[in-house]
Write a protein that binds this ligand. Structure first.
Ligand code: GUN
Length: 307
């Protein structure tokens, strides 16, 4: 039996806890956290993500600011918009949606972000704090993955974790977080040898490579817990499109102890963690104790841990 990890349910619990906290901030301090999201260009997937973020930000009782810039926007102009928003006291958190058009360097954008308002955790200071054990802001997708893992497994100490993919957004920060949880961590990527064998040794697999159904049944250690970050849109022979992960979900059933579905696994957790990060930066900017991300009570039927 393989448990299906319900990211949607977990995300709903986090968002409602954030909304309650936002309500208390308004009552006790007259403070309303504000999140500005900047989208450069018309990438269709990004447009959907940004719309979704704005809707859920408002649903949590926070202020949502939506900044749209044309695809040909020069880098200097984007940096000016970031600077303006960073000076605005109503804006506590800023997110620049990725990917960016080719004339804009993501590194230049991250370097320009005020770490105190960087809800993505991509600014050099926040990246450094994650790797040195400090209390910066942790990138939303890896934070959501860790939350699901801890809810499923409890203490992760000593477990072997394989992170498939070495992106700055997911793979590297995920590995740093797992190391912080005392896992034995391996990062694998497109040049890694014996990928299947590496994967088969792992108690925890976090797949974030963007290769549809790369991970097959015989890659999975029986009893492993699998977090699938992949969001790959494929077209079926009947012309319909659907989303699939980096793991062959049907094959994993019956081998893994637990797995996140795509969609409905990591995706909703990313936005919930963005709202949590926005609440955190707003509290820190006003010297108000920031809330902890607490685990909901474990669901007995879905709890499992490899022996
Ligand atoms: N595009 C895909 N994932 C992310 C993310 O986590 N943050 C930002 N800013 N853009 C993204």
């Amino acid at each position: 039996m393989t448990s299906i990890i319900d990211g949607k349910r977990c995300a709903t619990l986090i968002r409602s806890a954030v909304a309650q906290h936002v309500g208390r901030l308004r009552e006790n301090y007259g403070l309303r956290p504000g999140l500005a999201v900047i989208l450069v260009g018309e990438n269709p997937a990004s447009q959907i993500y940004v719309r979704n973020k704005a809707r859920l930000t408002e649903e949590a009782g926070m202020l949502s600011l939506d900044e749209r810039l044309p695809a040909h926007t020069p880098q200097i102009q984007l940096l000016e918009v970031i600077d303006r928003l960073q000076r605005d006291p109503a804006v506590h958190g800023i997110l620049v949606q990725l990917p960016l058009p080719p004339q804009i360097s993501p590194e230049a954008v991250f370097a320009a972000l005020n770490p105190a308002k960087d809800v993505d955790g991509f600014s050099p200071l926040n990246v450094g704090l994650l790797h040195t054990g400090g209390h910066g802001i942790v990138p939303c997708t890896p934070l959501g993955c860790l939350f699901l893992l801890k809810q499923q497994l409890g203490d992760l100490t000593g477990l072997r974790a394989l992170v498939l993919g070495r992106s700055n957004i997911v793979g590297k920060p995920m590995a740093a977080l797992l190391l912080r949880e005392n896992c034995t961590v391996t990062i694998a990527h497109s040049h890694s040898r014996e990928l299947a064998a590496e994967c088969r040794r792992a108690d925890i697999v976090v797949a974030a490579v963007g290769r549809p159904q790369l991970v097959k049944a015989d890659w999975i250690k029986p009893g492993a817990t699998i977090i699938d970050v992949g969001i790959n849109r494929i077209t079926s022979p009947d012309g319909k499109t659907r989303l699939i992960g980096d793991v062959d979900f049907a094959q994993a059933l019956g081998v893994a102890a637990a797995i996140t579905p795509v969609p409905g696994g990591v995706g909703p957790m990313t936005v919930a963690c963005l709202l949590f990060n926005t609440l955190t930066v707003a509290c820190r900017q006003h010297d108000i104790p920031a809330p902890e991300l607490t685990l909901p009570p474990p669901d007995r039927e879905t709890s499992s841990r490899p022996g």
